[in-house]
Design a protein around this ligand. Structure first.
Ligand code: CP3
Length: 360
C-alpha cells in the first residue's frame, strides 16, 4: 500500500515482551514500566548531545533519533523504548514553521489566525515528508536487537489543533476555545484533515517497526464533556477504528493502542468506550474508579505517579509506588508516570521508582 515504506518484517526476535503481554491482558513475570519523556533532558547524555544538535534536527536525523531513543534503554531497567520525536512534526510537514526556544519550548512562527489560513496548509505526502521519522523507527527497531518493544506516537488531532491556533503552550487556550465556538465547521474541517494524516502516519509507523502506539491528547483538559466528545474523542475513535480495521485485514499490523487524554478524568468512561486497548491516566484520577471502568470495558490501565513525586526521598518514592501498584493491581497494568518526567529529575530517583515497581 505504501510502496516506498518498510513492511514490518525481518526484525530481531523480542527478548523482553512483558509490556506486550500486559497490553493483551496476559500474565506477566514483572510489572512492565516505561516513562513518558524517558529520553529527555533529565539525562546528562541527552543534554550533551543537544549542545551540538538542534532539537528538530535530532528528530529528522534517523541516526541521532535512534541514538537518543536507546540512551535510557542502556542506562535504566525500562520495558519499552519510545521513538524520539515530537508531536509537532505533523504541523511542520503541513508547512508550519516551529522553533524550539530555549527556556520556552516550541513556538510557531505563524500560527493559524483565521479559518482562511487552513487553505495555506499542505497535505503531507507519507512516503516523502515522513521518511526521516519512519526511517528512525525502522533503524531503532533493528538497533534495539529485540531488547524491548518500540513504541511509536503522535499528538492527538485536538492537541495539534490547539498548538496550531495558539502557536505555543498555554494555560487557558482562549484562542482554541474561541475557534470551536466561533468557527465550528472550520474547526471540524481542520480536525478532519489532521485525523486523516494521523491515520496514515500511525499505520506507516507500524509498517516501519512500531510495536505499540500512543496518542497524546495533552490538552484534553480544556474541554467540557460535550465538546470533548464532539471535538476530541470522535476523531480519536476514527483513528482507533482505522487501525483496528487494517489489523483485521492484515494481522501483521496489529499493535496495541494507548490513549492519553491528560486532565480528562471527567470523561474516563467515554474514553473506555472506544477501541483503544490501553488508557493512560494522570495523577488526578482516582485509581479505584479507573480500575472499575477499565474492567467494565475490558481495558488495560497505564500510569500514573505525579512526576513531581520523583523529587521526594527514595524511601517516600518506594512507599508511594508500592501503594500505587497495589491499588492498580498487578494485572492489566503498565506502569508509567502521570505525565512526562521533568528535566531536573535525578535519574537515580527514577531508578528507585523503576526498581521498586519491578520488585513488587
Ligand atoms: O517520551 C519520549 O522520550 C519521546 C519523545 C517525546 C518528546 N516529546 C521529546 C521532547 C515525546 C513523546 C513528546 C511528546 C510531546 N511533545 C507532547 C505530548 C506529551 C506531553 O508532554 O503532554 C507535547 C505536548 C509536546 C510538545 C513539546 N515538545 C513541548 C511542550 C515541549 C517543551 C517542553 C519541554 O519539556 O521543554 C517540547 C520539547 C521536547 N520534546 C523536548 C523533548 C526531549 C525538550 C526540548 C529540548 O531538548 O530542548
Amino acid at each position: 500500500e505504501y510502496k516506498s515504506l518498510h513492511t514490518n518484517t525481518g526484525f530481531p526476535a523480542i527478548l523482553n515482551d512483558r509490556i506486550l503481554k500486559a497490553a493483551h491482558g496476559e500474565e506477566v513475570d514483572k510489572i512492565p514500566i516505561w516513562i513518558m519523556r524517558q529520553a529527555g533532558r533529565y539525562l546528562e547524555e541527552f543534554r550533551n548531545l543537544r549542545v551540538e544538535n538542534e532539537f528538530f534536527r535530532i528528530c529528522t536525523t534517523p541516526r541521532l533519533a535512534c541514538e537518543v531513543t536507546l540512551l535510557p534503554i542502556n542506562l535504566l531497567p525500562l520495558d519499552a523504548a519510545i521513538i524520539f520525536s515530537d508531536i509537532l512534526v505533523i504541523p511542520q510537514t503541513m508547512g508550519m514553521e516551529v522553533i524550539m526556544e530555549k527556556g520556552k519550548g516550541p513556538v510557531f512562527t505563524h500560527p493559524l489566525q483565521t479559518p482562511e489560513d487552513i487553505n495555506l496548509l499542505k497535505i503531507p505526502d507519507i512516503s516523502t515528508d515522513y521518511e526521516p521519522y519512519l526511517d528512525a523507527i525502522f533503524l531503532t527497531r533493528h538497533s534495539l536487537l529485540g531488547k524491548v518493544p518500540l513504541i511509536g506516537f503522535c499528538g492527538g488531532p485536538f492537541t495539534l489543533f490547539t498548538y496550531m491556533i495558539e502557536g505555543q503552550g498555554s494555560t487557558v487556550f482562549t484562542k482554541s476555545r474561541r475557534w470551536i465556538y466561533q468557527y465550528p465547521q472550520e474547526t471540524h474541517r481542520l480536525l478532519d484533515m489532521l485525523t486523516n494524516i494521523l491515520c496514515d502516519f500511525l499505520l506507516a509507523q507500524i509498517c516501519s517497526g512500531a510495536q505499540m502506539l500512543q496518542i497524546f491528547e495533552s490538552h484534553a483538559g480544556i474541554l467540557g464533556p460535550d465538546e470533548f466528545e464532539e471535538f476530541l474523542l470522535s476523531y480519536n475513535r476514527k483513528i482507533a477504528s482505522f487501525l483496528k480495521e487494517k489489523a483485521k485485514i492484515n494481522p501483521g499490523l496489529e499493535a496495541p493502542l494507548i490513549i492519553f487524554c491528560k486532565d480528562a478524568g471527567y470523561a474516563l468512561e467515554s474514553i473506555c468506550q472506544t477501541e483503544f486497548d490501553i488508557i493512560q491516566i494522570d495523577w488526578t484520577v482516582p485509581i479505584p474508579r479507573a480500575r472499575e471502568l477499565a474492567n467494565r470495558y475490558g481495558k488495560v490501565l497505564q500510569g500514573n505517579l505525579d512526576p513531581a513525586a520523583l523529587y521526594a526521598s527514595g524511601d517516600f518514592i518506594r512507599q508511594k509506588a508500592t501503594k500505587m501498584v497495589e491499588t492498580f493491581g498487578k494485572e492489566k497494568y503498565i506502569c508509567n508516570l502521570g505525565h512526562g518526567i521533568y528535566p531536573d529529575t535525578d535519574p537515580e530517583k527514577l531508578r528507585v521508582y523503576l526498581e521498586t515497581v519491578h520488585s513488587l
